[in-house]
Design a protein around this ligand. Structure first.
Ligand code: BDR
Ligand code: CA
Length: 312
């Protein structure tokens, strides 16, 4: 069983990643830390509390972190995730579950140092919390087994600008700090593979009569509309759940060990991840970059797990 911390900006797909993580027997979720991203920090934290409460696993601490990027202004994705971040689902829920009073970067350091075995961090929002943790504790990488981050694009296009993926675009300085920090294992689950991991009507049907069926249908409804307007297919990309699934079953994706850097100083290209496939920069590889995914196996794992099939 892998001890993991999830760092989230709970939007539609982050929430689905939380459901997958919490119900995976392979993972033990030590805490969920929240960050400003798709929505404000307070909304991301509220959404996370709602999701945790819905799972019934309310002993998992929810710990708020950075309420803005390191150096930039917030860039919310209300267009994609709805004003509330989870597509209007659970709108009337007033969770009993409350966030902790700790600060996420400090909590990440504390959990990493006191864990009985090295932690895995699964990052599905902008990387501000981890960057702040590194500023406070530069030796943090020695306590961490692996950082899996949803973000970037190696060969694919961006999804905010022509070249930048959202999580990287929002806080490129933080991503730079993480990429340069010397983690033993950094794994990039970027748009090259998450765009292939599509939730479709067939999956929704399989979930329909299960605990989370109605929630998943409602929360993804507008998200799917946005996706179909752009791509002509009724589906949506499961960006963040794929990062969680990579911790559960690493062989779902194929990676290449590359040097990855990020642009922080260009009007046109800020937030672009630059993956050095041909070693032109003569730098040591720092990330295992996901390039292929067994999408069918991933979606099957997702649907089976959140249908709670293993628990019956
Ligand atoms: C990422 O951006 C956010 O909108 C999603 O939650 C995901 O983490 C995809 O680029
Ligand atoms: Ca996210």
């Amino acid at each position: 069983v892998r001890k993991v911390v999830l760092d989230v900006d709970t939007g539609v797909d982050d929430a689905l990643g939380i459901l997958l993580a919490v119900h995976s027997p392979e993972l033990e979720v030590q805490a969920i830390t929240t960050v400003n991203g798709n929505v404000s920090l307070s909304t991301a934290t509220l959404n996370t509390c709602k999701i945790v409460e819905m799972t019934g696993q309310t002993s998992i601490p929810v710990i708020p972190g950075a309420n803005q990027p390191l150096k930039r202004v917030s860039y919310f994705e209300h267009r994609i995730h709805g004003v509330d971040g989870i597509g209007g689902a659970l709108k009337d829920m007033v969770p009993v579950k409350q966030p902790e009073s700790a600060y996420a970067p400090d909590a990440i350091i504390h959990l990493a140092k006191t864990s009985s075995e090295p932690l895995t961090l699964i990052m599905t929002g902008p990387m501000t919390n981890l960057a702040e943790a590194l500023q406070k504790c530069p030796e943090l990488p020695t306590y961490i087994d692996e950082v899996i981050y949803m973000g970037g694009a190696a060969l694919d296009m961006g999804n905010v600008t022509p070249v930048a993926e959202y999580n990287m675009y929002v806080d490129p300085e933080a991503a730079w700090d993480v990429l340069q920090a010397g983690f033993k294992k950094l794994t990039q689950v970027g748009l090259d593979i998450t765009r292939k991991a599509l939730l479709t009507e067939d999956h929704l049907k399989r979930l329909d009569d299960t605990k989370y069926g109605a929630y998943v249908r409602e929360s993804t409804s507008d998200y799917m509309k946005r996706y179909s307007e752009r791509n002509g297919v009724k589906a949506c990309a499961m960006h963040d759940p794929l990062a969680v699934a990579t911790a559960i079953q690493p062989n779902l994706i194929e990676t290449k060990h590359l040097y990855v850097d990020i642009e922080t100083n260009s009007d046109l290209c800020d937030g672009q991840t630059v993956c050095d496939f041909q070693g032109r920069l003569a730098k040591k590889p720092n990330a295992h970059v996901g390039l292929h995914v067994d999408a069918e196996a991933f979606l099957d794992l997702f649907v089976r797990t959140i249908s709670l099939l293993q628990e019956e």
